[in-house]
Design a protein around this ligand. Structure first.
Ligand code: ADP
Length: 467
């Protein structure tokens, strides 16, 4: 089976969030179970700056590409400096780039050109999020019979653009209707993916159920409902080659379940790196790594800062995103410099240090399609404390409900009080050192790798080819 995995971000080349991790690790896992998988993404400035050796240029029609192979995976970069040679992937903290519709329709057209090229037979194009939502539309317009799976990693990002742009996208008027790409007077690339793909999936079973409801569907629940029999939930996996304290090259001391006491060296190192006082070592340290967006509930955490400090805990926030939330995080750190450090930046090495050096990891998300950091945290013996929603609810079992198989703490509502109560329960457990260490060892041994989920994708691809 030949799969073309199309994504607007792929680690380590370009990353703003979890999509990049999935786009790196799922294709590798698919390769291991016999799906020949190529990965296609834009040739961004961040990729250019890596100075990769061995880029092989080629062209198909008016599109230019580089082919690049690493660790057995073939990457196809779509070249267009006017669109992709920019500081960021999608925009600046104050807003999106104004020509994103042109940037990602171009990407989608290039994907179709590559997939349809006769020498490079593609069975399935696996599209991800709104940036690739027009792929099935262009396939249809060009009468290409290639199956598509459209995976929704976050339904809150819908690729909405003015309807006057329809012509410039090369899409005929008849597609612009309520059963097509029209969404309340605008064009939605996400809706295009939902309507025209062969099947739809999302990144946990819980989120697959949630997005069919008005509370979580962000207005897409109606159209999704019309395709609910072709909507699948497949939970994301972890690449333990990258996220495992036993071999993590970014952390001070490697450790595993058998010597989790060494984690304290990582905590010391983290405290120093982010400028928290040395006394922090004796306090439970709560880590946060997040895109700073409304979804992530960072305002709930900021609003609870005083109460969390009163619980005896300290906080390290690593994040970047909306101007408003960047400011909220900076402000609480300024207000409580002895207890809170905010690092408003994107820094992968520091993200690994936060996972290893924190005692707990907070995710007060308003919604969370899957979430990866709770899974990374478990492997690092860092107890996740999360809102029970989407993938967080699916992957976390509350320790107070099931002390034998519990792997975190959950709270039902995205409120400040909910978060504080959950952290209080985590701090109580932390005080019982023997219980805490037993729990750490157990959660570090859990397996959230891609093994099972990659097989589910393979089955799904196969079923699409059989229809
Ligand atoms: P989302 O995809 O909604 O952003 P996930 O929890 O699925 O959330 O994935 C987030 C990924 O992005 C993780 O790998 C996390 O470590 C990483 N990440 C988020 N913010 C930062 C940051 N400021 N610096 C480094 N890594 C970050």
């Amino acid at each position: 089976m030949n799969i073309l995995f199309a994504s607007s971000e792929v680690a380590p080349f370009a990353k703003t969030g979890g999509l990049a991790d999935v786009s790196a690790s799922l294709p590798a896992a698919l390769g291991e179970i016999g799906c020949e998988t190529k990965v296609i993404l834009p040739f961004y400035k961040s990729v250019k700056n890596m100075g990769l050796a061995g880029l092989v240029p080629f062209a198909i029609n008016e599109f230019n590409f580089f082919k690049y192979t690493e660790l057995g995976i073939e990457y196809i970069f779509v070249i267009n400096d006017r669109y992709y040679d920019r500081e960021n992937l999608y925009g600046e903290p104050h807003g999106d780039y104004p020509d994103n519709e042109a940037r990602f329709s171009y990407f989608s057209k290039a994907i179709v050109a590559f997939a349809a090229h006769t020498d490079r037979k593609t069975d399935i194009i696996h599209c991800n999020d709104w940036q690739t939502g027009l792929v099935p539309v262009y396939l249809k317009l060009q009468k290409k019979e290639i199956k598509t799976l459209f995976t929704i990693h976050n339904i809150g990002y819908q690729g909405l653009f003015k309807k006057d742009l329809l012509e410039s996208l090369g899409i005929p008027r008849q597609f612009y209707n309520i059963n097509g790409i029209e969404y309340y007077g605008k064009i939605s690339f996400l809706k295009a993916g939902i309507v025209y793909s062969s099947a739809i999936s999302t990144v946990s079973k819980g989120y697959a159920r949630e997005i069919l409801t008005p509370a979580f569907g962000c207005g897409m629940d109606g159209i999704l409902g019309t395709r609910s029999s072709e909507l699948y939930g497949i939970v994301n996996g972890v690449d333990y080659n990258l996220w495992d304290p036993a071999r993590d090259k970014f952390i001070k001391e490697n450790y595993g379940p058998e010597n989790v006491d060494k984690k304290i060296e990582c905590k010391k190192d983290l405290i120093k790196a982010v400028g928290l006082p040395a006394e922090t070592i004796g306090r439970p340290l709560i880590g946060v790594i997040s895109r700073l967006a409304h979804q992530k509930g960072i305002d709930l955490l900021a609003g609870a800062a005083k109460e969390i400090i009163d619980l005896g805990a300290s906080i390290i926030i690593l994040g970047t995103g909306d101007k408003k939330y960047n400011a909220i995080c900076s402000d609480i750190a300024k207000k409580h410099p002895k207890y809170i450090s905010s690092q408003i930046t994107f820094n992968n090495a520091l993200a690994h240090k936060v996972e290893a050096g924190s005692d707990m990891f907070a995710m007060p998300s308003r919604y969370e399609p899957c979430g990866l950091n709770q899974l990374y945290s478990m492997r690092y013996g860092t107890l996740p404390v999360a809102r029970a929603t989407g993938g967080l609810d699916d992957t976390i079992i509350d320790l107070y409900e099931d002390k034998d198989s519990g792997n975190g703490i959950k709270f039902p509502d995205a409120t400040k009080d909910g978060l504080v109560n959950a952290l209080r329960r985590a701090v109580e457990l932390y005080k019982d050192k023997a219980l805490w260490q037993r729990t750490q060892k157990r959660i570090m041994n859990l397996d959230f790798s891609w093994k099972t989920s990659a097989l589910h994708y393979k089955e799904l691809y196969q079923s699409l080819l059989n229809t």
